[in-house]
Design a protein around this ligand. Sequence first.
Ligand code: SF4
Ligand code: SF4
Length: 271
Amino acid sequence: MTPVNPPAASNFSAQDKPDWSLYSTCIHCGLCLNHCPTHRVLGLEADSPRGRIYQILQVDEGRLPIEESFVTHIDRCLGCLACETACPSGVQYGHIVERARAQIEQHYQRPWLERFARDVMFKKVLRDFSVLARYARWLRFYQQSGLRWLARHTGILRLLGLGAKRHVRGAELSHGEQRYLEIGIALATDPEFLLLDEPTAGMSPQETQRTAAFVRKLAGHVTIVLVEHDMEVVMGISDRITVLNYGEVLAEGTSAEIRENADVRRVYLRD
Ligand code: SF4
Ligand code: SF4
């Protein structure tokens, strides 16, 4: 990385701040990306070690505020340090992210429920073995009593926008709602990823729009592989796109890259 001079006022305070000697070892080679579990699952640069270092540097140089999106990307890091082992440049990623987390605690106000849950977990449960054992017993009861089933399934219906129709028979739902119900049934099996084959087929433009927004929302909960011919839907909601032509991969990339790809334009847009 090259230092940018002069840096604006830092959004970090001096105490527990990552310093330039830590950032400067990252040469942006990207060799760590495939070793990072969050990048492999989410496919986002912002959820990779390189992307996180970049964001931390941006915050340190006053170019990015400490707000929800930054905190989310740092929170998602599992701290597994697989990236450190893979890094040929010896970046001490663990030191960087630990200090960024210390800064977040100093400068970011989390929502009250999250603060409460973190307080209980870090200050009460994890500090006292007898409390931890009591929580484990409650957790076992929650899993075995069916309460978890109920919470998960009513949660899925709410997520699908079908909470108000939970007593309506499936056959009486609209075409679009029946498709949501199918997705809900798949979600209830706790899948690692969801394969959706043309989920908007046969839908009105309004239903298509709603479904696209809904699939995008689902992507925050589970990895989704979407097979779709509606280019507006594909371009509007996908993080990564693979374009096939007669069963062969024609192009891969983000929607912006695919829009500009000469082969895709020639084959699909007849440019
Ligand atoms: S492997 Fe190391 S040097 Fe390369 S991008 Fe990742 S952290 Fe930076
Ligand atoms: S420590 Fe964080 S950034 Fe590094 S590989 Fe693990 S999850 Fe990815």
